[in-house]
Design a protein. Sequence first.
Length: 79
Amino acid sequence: MSPTVFYSKGRRYFFFSREETRMHIHVVSERGEAKFWLQPLVSLADYAGYSTRELIEIERTVNEHRDEIEKAWKSHFPG
């Protein structure tokens, strides 16, 4: 299961249910995919296909929605 947290500018922000426990978010669109750590700071973990400009925009979006993402993470992964 891969719950979607939100969509923004044609990109899906989500996490995988059976993956590592460190808080992070995946981002995917037809242009590429990326993974961002949320703690201790939002930072790029991995990507494919996105330009530097797109990654900066995505990171900004992750920062803007960080509280929402963390709340969704804690709801999906209780404990």
